[in-house]
Design a protein around this ligand. Structure first.
Ligand code: ATP
Ligand code: MG
Length: 589
């Protein structure tokens, strides 16, 4: 492959585009890989398409290597199967829906569990046909609330999605493990620094699930690690260890106190100590029970429901964790105070919630027998010794409290949690029978009785991976692609016109004939300096500069990552570059 800059559909930008907030987005725009075409929609320019295709090929090869079979479902689908599965409403505003000319409802698929289940039902009827795993690499559509950072979060994006069907749990576990291993190989080949973390399964349903997060400060996911064991989890999925329950009757009776002007936890703690409430002067925020009112809307529901969450006052509510816990419902801060006079803002306590039919969920630290300083449900008043299991009974627990660095690890109970940010590049789920149940996918079992297959699903954000690699591989001069995903193996720069240009083109021809992907800068109207700057911006692993020393038979080889430059004889250059690109070429197109 030989691309010529003189004719390439490419225009590099000197300045950072104003609307690009993260490095990968800035650089992919500036170096001419993508162009914004719509809100959350990007055009892949030739260089970008090459990177996208190389990543696609890595993914495709590793899926084929574990025996997954490639299919291609339509992206435009009838509403019916998604109604049957419940996802038509569960996905809420996130799916694009439309009507055809006959008025029949359709959607642009956000993922294809329904189609995969129906296809297997359509084709297979016996245990002998299993296990089977399908995958596709296809454009997905989601009406994201906040499309962001170019191809990192688009409304139209390329995903690899795979669906496994097994007859029993052991089979599903094996399929899951196979995909987990394949994902490790894929992301390693892409040059990503990633962590596999426990995850929530969100709108998909199902149980076990893990995410592959590429570490970067611009990632939208936060995840934790442990200083002692190998526990790693998305912050959404961190489970709080509950203390042992105690005797709720081992505490003094509740006492109500005048606590004027104490609508915040800090003001309450200060007053509690100043006035020695309940004879104590060692009150801290952790002794208080904070009650946060939220409005929860289930998909398809007309009105939001009231939910109060109780948590120790030294913790904040993390809305992302709440949403993950309540998915597919959505959560908003409650503001309809006038409709609920029983809720006295700043002075809410759980004592009266059951009476008013308000749902009350608590942090797992609020166990039976714990005693709290909390609101007395009257303006300017709080109560001490409000005891869980005696003065209030929660409707359940919820992981709503924020997770902080230094928190004890829930897995080993010994180490401390550390926190990082990352981008979700892959997600694997053990779905179970949610979809095979929905479509009554039954096949003849070994014993002659019907068996319902169990499913796994496995996604990779292929277009997001382009930006994730760029996010991890760049410097202040531009992109620095790992060899496996670079659009080309060699960037040839003709530093001058005339013989240097001819030699560069001739060398490019030979390199490309030898199987290398070559970009040659054969532009005649720009200076050598501009060409060098562009080469660094574009980020191809090796540049060969055909310059003044050509007359003596020498060119310069530049390594983009290390910045190393060496002079080399033109003779033997093809062999040397072939050698260096060996790994990439063997696996490549
Ligand atoms: P996110 O939490 O980032 O919104 P998700 O959990 O909704 O992602 P999945 O349904 O698990 O995404 O989809 C599988 C993969 O598709 C994700 O791991 C991610 O890499 C990719 N992906 C999801 N949404 C987008 C998007 N809007 N743009 C680009 N890639 C996406
Ligand atoms: Mg996900």
């Amino acid at each position: 492959m030989l691309l010529r800059m003189s004719t390439l559909l490419l225009r590099t930008l000197r300045e950072d585009p104003a609307d690009a907030e993260v490095p990968s987005h800035r650089l992919l725009l500036r170096a001419g890989y993508i162009r914004r075409a719509a809100a959350g929609g990007y055009t892949w320019l030739p260089l970008g398409k090459l990177v996208l295709d190389r990543i696609t090929e890595v993914v495709r090869a590793e899926m084929a290597a574990i025996g997954d079979q490639e299919v291609h479902f339509p992206a435009l689908l009838p509403a019916e199967p998604y109604r049957t599965s419940g996802r038509w409403t569960e996905y809420g505003d996130d799916i694009f829906t439309l009507e055809d000319r006959k008025g029949a409802e359709h959607l642009l698929a956000p993922t294809h569990e329904e189609m995969a289940a129906l296809l297997v039902k359509d084709l297979f009827s016996s245990y002998r046909d299993f296990p089977v795993t399908l995958f596709q690499i296809q454009t997905k559509f989601r009406d994201e609330a906040r499309p962001r950072a170019g191809v990192l979060r688009g409304r139209e994006f390329l995903m690899k999605d795979a669906y496994s069907f097994d007859l029993d749990e052991a089979g599903l576990q094996a399929a899951y493990d196979r995909h987990r291993d394949a994902y490790q190989r894929i992301f390693t080949r892409l040059g990503l620094d990633f962590t596999v973390v426990h995850a929530m399964s969100g709108a998909m349903g199902g149980s076990a699930s893990e995410e592959f997060l590429a570490a970067t400060p611009v990632g939208e996911d936060t995840y934790v690690g442990c200083t002692t064991c190998d526990y790693a989890a998305n912050t959404e999925a961190v489970v709080t260890r509950a203390p042992a329950a105690g005797d709720p009757h081992a505490h003094p009776a509740t006492e109500v106190h005048d606590t004027p002007e104490t609508p915040t936890i800090a003001s309450l703690v200060e007053l509690a100590n100043a006035r020695a409430l309940a004879g104590r002067t060692d009150w801290t925020a952790a002794d208080t029970l904070k009650n946060v009112v939220l409005a929860v809307r289930r998909p398809g529901a007309e009105r939001a429901e009231l939910l109060v969450i109780g948590l120790p006052g030294d913790r904040e509510v993390d809305l992302k964790r709440v949403e993950a816990a309540l998915a597919p419902a959505t959560v908003a801060v409650f503001d309809d105070w006038s409709a609920h006079p029983e809720l006295v803002r700043g002075y809410i306590g759980p004592q009266i919630l059951a009476k008013h039919g308000v749902r009350y969920l608590v942090d797992p630290r609020v166990v039976t027998g714990t005693t709290w300083l909390t609101g007395a449900n009257e303006p300017g008043r709080h109560a001490t010794d409000v005891v869980c299991g005696r003065d209030f009974t929660p409707d359940g627990t919820i992981e709503a409290a924020d997770v902080r660095p230094g928190d004890l690890c829930p897995a080993c109970g010994d180490g401390e949690l550390t926190m990082r940010r990352g981008i979700e590049v892959g997600h694997i789920f053990q779905l179970g029978r949610r979809y095979t149940d929905a479509f009554a996918v039954d096949v003849l079992g070994r014993e002659g009785k019907p068996v319902r297959p169990t499913m796994g699903c496995y996604g990779i954000g292929v277009s997001r991976a382009v930006a994730s690699v760029a996010e991890q591989h760049h410097d202040d001069r531009g992109l620095v692609w790992p060899a496996e995903v670079a659009p080309c193996d060699v960037h040839l720069v003709a530093a001058g016109k005339g013989p240097q240009l001819d030699a560069a083109l001739e060398l490019g021809g030979r390199l490309s004939a030898a199987g290398l992907r070559v970009l040659v800068d054969d532009r005649t109207h720009v200076s050598a300096g501009v060409k060098f700057t562009d080469a660094e911006l574009i980020g191809i692993p090796r540049a060969v500069v055909v310059g003044r020393r050509l007359t003596e038979g020498y060119v310069e080889l530049r390594d983009r990552a290390s910045g190393e430059r060496i002079e080399l004889p033109v003779d033997g250059l093809v062999e040397r570059l072939l050698d260096e690109a060996g790994g990439a070429r063997r696996d490549g197109v």
